[in-house]
Design a protein around this ligand. Structure first.
Ligand code: FYN
Ligand code: ADP
Ligand code: MG
Length: 573
């Protein structure tokens, strides 16, 4: 600090903006209000793009998707207590999915919060955020803003990526200090996500195991997509000749049409493989914890796992990992490729042939189903249109949520490029749709197609106004089957009365929501109408909502995870 009042001053607002810009962060996903309204204005004035939402959860989801898509932490900015809490679901979801984001919330003054004196929107936000994210920090002095942002960025992107909370009490923003000293206090983070090289002996252990395998399999997870090691991963798959299975957000890392993809015979390869190499995929519920029926019952006892992950404590989380390979995926996979040598033997042909035969059978069965054009549009005939649209525009980003809408789309819509599929992720969360779609459009400028169950869409539907306001190239397709799972449930009370809990208003006019804000709204009753509307939306780039009328009897309860419902679990016992 200086006594020379003629020297130029800066303040907390500008230090924060400068710190973000210095670190290459250009976009803020926000919802203005006390005490951060002026911050959003000043950020915009300083050349940042401020995307303003209608609910903080969607701003948070946008920040998380931005993190996944760019590898830089996405920024979500909210007001205190209620705004902070609305953003917290997205922060926790980002952390669960290993997406880097920073939730920055204004808060009320420590003196009042700590004595619980009842401030406006009083809440001990830092304490509440801590267990739900990777790291949480508070900045009390303007001269510490640079350090606060640097720590938040490093925490979000280094090691296993995740969500970070940054608590900024209102008083901080107005604090002023000498501009030059302020500039000096900022930190440009060097090598925010340093490479982590695997130990040579762990590389050798993995190679030895892989070499001895009779029925090897590689599972690619969204960590592999996030790692941006696309060419190394392709080299590993193609040089080893090992069949691979992409988890849903790893689809497109190699084109789904790749000869070695085992997607179309998932159950068979999981049950039969003797050595499985996991690349940025966790053995959580989505992989049946690495054991049980999915993994071939008794086969699970002799199967061996190799796991590549940046987080050492991920190993043995569900089953023993025979060959842990800890490091960043790029470095680990490169080391494996280098160690293959020139005389690497491809997997035994009885294994690859057995996979090929089953795959071909399933692919032709699928082709048959997709070719059918039933009188009332169903998931297959509608998704066939989306499948063709992505084939024609492989650079488009597909956002996908729902139950049946999600499960059918995952297997029907082939992806061709890495990081083009954004979905409900590790939690199977609903409500990511419009937030992810906004971020995908803002961060990439590519067309976005959001394939949404009618229930899933409801969680973030108001953000169609945001999509219209920023004129984003987003086409939302609502798969409208009049309810959750399907629209035909009946009230089981003998007295009758309300509709069943899973049923919505029949014939809802979702397309009018987009029209209300100046976008294009279309009803599609059949695949031809859907194709026309989707084609126009992608070509024009205009915000569009297609209300796709789906057979209301078509869905099944909870899609393909119906076994997780307590009544199914009880039946199994
Ligand atoms: C896949 N399949 C295909 C194809 N792709 N057949 C033909 N052609 C193609 N292209 C086959 C595949 O071999 C499977 O058949 C089946 O289709 C389903 O494939 P999928 O979707 O990959 O596999 P599955 O078993 O559903 O995967 C399990 C899962 C997945 C848990 C990873 O269900 C999932 O990601 N679920 C997320 C659910 C969720 O989060 N829901 C939100 C809440 S909904 P078989 O090999 O014969 O099995 C709340 O109610
Ligand atoms: P999926 O749901 O697709 O199977 P998960 O989210 O379960 O994927 O797993 C992703 C894994 O990838 C996490 O365990 C995470 O630690 C890991 N990961 C993320 N980024 C990297 C990276 N750059 N290098 C290595 N591992 C990574
Ligand atoms: Mg529905």
């Amino acid at each position: 600090m200086t006594n020379d009042t003629t020297r130029e001053q800066t303040d907390g607002f500008h230090l924060l903006i400068d710190a973000l810009k210095l670190n290459g962060i250009e976009n803020i996903y926000a919802l203005p209000g006390i005490p951060i309204t002026d911050l959003t204005r000043k950020a915009q004035a300083e050349g940042m793009r401020v995307i303003s939402f209608r609910h903080e959860q969607h701003a948070g989801n946008a920040a998380a998707a931005a993190g996944f898509l760019t590898g830089k932490p996405g920024i979500c900015l909210t007001v205190s207590a209620p705004g902070f809490l609305n953003g917290l679901t997205a922060l926790a979801n980002a952390t669960t999915n290993c997406f880097p984001m920073i939730l920055i919330s204004g808060s009320s003054e420590r003196e009042i919060v700590d004595l619980q004196q009842g401030d406006y929107e009083e809440m001990d936000q830092l304490a509440i955020a801590k267990p739900l994210c990777k790291a949480a920090f508070r900045v009390l002095h303007a001269e510490d803003i640079g350090v606060g942002i640097a720590r938040a960025i490093r925490s979000a992107v280094s090691g296993r990526p995740g969500g970070v909370y940054l608590d900024l009490p209102a008083k901080l923003f107005a604090q002023s200090m000498d501009a030059e000293a302020g500039k000096q206090s900022l930190i440009k983070v060097v090598d925010a996500a340093p490479r982590q090289l695997p130990a040579p002996d762990s590389v050798q252990r993995a190679l030895d195991l892989l070499k001895g395998a009779k029925r090897p399999l590689i599972v690619l997870g969204k960590g592999a997509a996030y790692a941006r090691a696309d060419s190394e991963i392709r080299a590993l798959i193609e040089k080893t000749g090992i069949p691979y299975l992409p988890m849903s957000m790893a689809k497109g890392l190699l084109p789904d049409t790749h000869a070695q993809s085992a997607s179309a015979t998932r159950s068979y390869v999981l049950a039969e493989a003797d050595v499985v190499m996991l690349v940025g995929a966790r053995l959580n519920w989505l992989l049946s914890h690495g054991k049980g029926k999915t993994w071939g019952g008794d086969n699970a006892k002799t199967r061996q796992f190799i796991q590549i992950d940046i987080s050492p404590t991920e190993m043995d989380s569900n089953v023993p990992i025979a060959a842990p390979l800890v490091g960043d995926i790029g470095s680990c996979v490169s080391a494996l490729v280098a160690g293959l040598g020139s005389n690497w033997a491809k997997p035994p042909s009885d294994w690859t042939q057995a996979i090929g035969e089953r795959k071909d059978k399933n692919l032709s069965k699928m082709a048959e189903t997709l070719a059918a054009n039933p009188p009332v549009m169903n998931f297959h005939s509608a998704l066939n249109v989306v499948r063709n649209a992505i084939k024609a525009r492989p650079d488009a980003i597909l956002v996908n949520e729902g139950a049946n809408t999600l499960d059918f789309a995952r297997s029907i819509v082939d992806m061709y490029e890495p990081r083009k599929r954004l979905d409900v992720g590790t939690w199977g969360i609903m409500g990511i749709g419009m937030g992810f779609a906004v971020a995908a459009a803002v961060e990439t400028g590519k067309p976005v197609i959001a394939v949404e169950g009618d229930s899933a869409f409801g969680f973030s539907g108001m953000e169609v106004e945001t999509i219209c306001r920023y004129n984003l190239p987003v086409c939302v397709i609502v798969f409208n089957n009049n309810g959750i799972y399907k629209g035909t449930d009946k009230n089981m009370s003998p007295q009758g009365g309300d509709v069943a809990p899973t049923v919505f208003v029949k014939g809802a006019r979702y397309e009018m929501m987009m029209q209300a804000f100046g976008g294009v709204g279309v009803v599609a009753n059949n695949p031809a109408e859907l194709e026309k509307a989707l084609d126009e939306a992608v070509k024009s780039g205009k915000p569009t909502l297609i209300n796709a009328i789906i057979d209301e009897t078509a869905g099944t309860e909870s899609g393909r995870i119906t076994s997780l419902n307590p009544q199914s679990a009880a039946k199994k016992k």
